[in-house]
Design a protein around this ligand. Structure first.
Ligand SMILES: [Fe+2]
Length: 467
């Protein structure tokens, strides 16, 4: 049982900690106290997992960006009984002319589980900034959805991303998704930073939990793209079950447009969307020097044109900076490999998950160390990204609460609560990031910061601790 403190005591602690934080010029550890109860996965007969009516009706419908520039949409869905149709019919809002795109169907086996028929269909050459309706399925089991394509890629195009990580399928997961859907800031695309279903936490990696997760998230992911990042719970590496191929369920179910960014793997790729260039990396694929991921990234950063897409965002599951006890320093090898490039190419923000809590860093780097010079402490660096850990979607493993002490100066704010983020790009110079904890009202930001673009406005953004 966690301690329950009275409000005046909390207020006093808050005042003292704020005063201490200002006096010591360090970041802030939130004193917010939330429920200590662990959340279980929602039962299989929960309404959020309901199967749509009709024989072989498409389910688990979800979309992601289908090309590099945002004129393509990749539609995926599952038919449970037979392959059915691979066709997506689609039409612009102001048109009655239905067009068709043809996809593929696949199945996979995992231990004693056989998947339904998983369809993937890319629609190309859409108009920017247009609402489209689309249909999948046959006859009376046809299902209709819609999406809106992003505006034409350009430097001052406002765009609003949601940021969600480590979601799972508990009652807390449902609260997080609802909170995101009802946030008045209205995210247009979700940047998902890995760990989707947590099926692997069930006996034999029960893959029916991949299906329930697909049905749970359909209510949002069928209508706006989710940009996928692979986490450790996507590995499903289970030699004892005879399953030796990493990422098998994930890579069959969640296709991404990796070929259009000249990647050779779906686990690392990039997209352009509105005024943002998003690079997705894989914490759980080889990333040392000479590896395919390294070689791809080496060319990728050079390609980013900040005049076209000012905002450079990196997604990876495992954070490079994390001051919680759990997963502490797990991202260190990748930090040593890639932090230098993040600073050199002025990445604006790195979003990660993995740690089931929230944390935002100052703009800091730790790239001076050469083994003998002793310069191994992070320092304020205006060319460095802000690192945001947002693995607080609400999965069955619960919150990460134990923090390293004292609160390190590189960490601006940390709090162990479930929630989601909104990254709201205003123009080429300014973006507003806010973090929304599930316990608050839909419009409330528990933490927020104005980010100045590192290419267009590299000065004037003070470290929070120095304000
Ligand atoms: Fe994780």
């Amino acid at each position: 049982m966690g301690a329950r403190w009275d409000f005046p005591v909390l207020l006093l602690i808050g005042l003292i900690s704020n005063t201490v934080a200002e006096f010591c010029n360090v970041g802030r550890t939130s004193s917010f106290v939330r429920s200590a109860n662990l959340s279980l996965d929602m039962p299989l007969d929960s309404d959020v997992f309901r199967v749509p009516p009709g024989y072989n009706a498409p389910q688990q419908v979800h979309i992601t960006q289908g090309d590099h520039g945002g004129k393509g949409v990749l539609v995926s869905w599952v038919t449970p009984d037979e392959p059915g149709s691979n066709t997506v019919r689609y039409w612009a809002e102001n048109s009655t002319h239905k067009q068709e795109a043809e996809g593929i169907v696949l199945t996979y086996k995992f231990y004693n589980y056989t998947s339904g028929y998983i369809h993937h269909c890319t629609i190309n050459a859409l108009e920017y900034d247009t609402k489209y309706y689309y249909e999948v399925g046959i006859g009376n089991a046809t299902r209709q959805f819609w999406f809106t394509t992003p505006p034409t890629v350009g430097p001052d195009v406002p765009y609003t991303f949601g940021v969600i990580g480590d979601l799972g399928q508990t009652y807390d997961s449902n609260r997080t998704l609802t909170h995101y859907e009802l946030n008045p800031m209205k995210g247009q695309t979700v940047l998902f930073v890995g760990d989707l279903s947590y099926a692997d936490d069930h006996p034999f990696h029960d893959n029916t939990r991949w299906d329930t997760w697909g049905r749970f998230t359909e209510r949002n992911a069928a209508y706006q793209p989710w940009i996928w990042t692979a986490g450790n719970h996507e590995l499903d590496f289970a030699p004892k079950l005879g399953e030796y191929i990493p990422f098998k369920p994930y890579s069959n179910r969640y296709h991404v447009p990796f070929i259009t960014s000249n990647s050779t793997s779906p686990f690392w790729y990039s997209i352009k969307r509105a005024s943002a260039y998003v690079i997705v990396m894989s914490s759980y694929s080889a990333f040392g020097k000479y590896t395919p991921q390294y070689k791809w990234l080496e060319k990728e950063f050079i390609k980013v044109n900040r005049t076209e897409t000012p905002w450079l965002i990196v997604l990876m599951h495992c954070p490079l900076y994390n001051s919680y006890v759990h997963h502490y320093m797990e991202g260190e090898t990748m930090r040593v490999m890639y932090e230098l490039w993040f600073v050199k190419y002025k990445v604006d923000v790195v979003f990660s998950g993995h740690v089931h809590a929230y944390e935002r860093s100052e703009r800091i780097s730790n790239i001076a160390y050469d083994i003998v010079n002793g310069l191994c402490t992070p320092i304020i660096d205006s060319s460095a990204p802000v690192y945001i850990t947002i693995g607080d979607g609400g999965n069955l493993e619960g919150l990460t609460k134990e923090m390293t002490e004292p609160h390190p100066s590189y960490s601006a704010y940390r709090e162990a609560s479930f929630g989601h983020g909104i990254f709201d790009i205003k123009n080429r110079t300014h973006a507003y990031f806010s973090w929304h904890r599930n316990e608050d009202g839909y419009a409330v930001a528990a933490d927020s910061v104005w980010l100045h673009n590192r290419h267009w406005k590299p000065s004037g953004e003070l470290p929070v601790a120095a304000i």
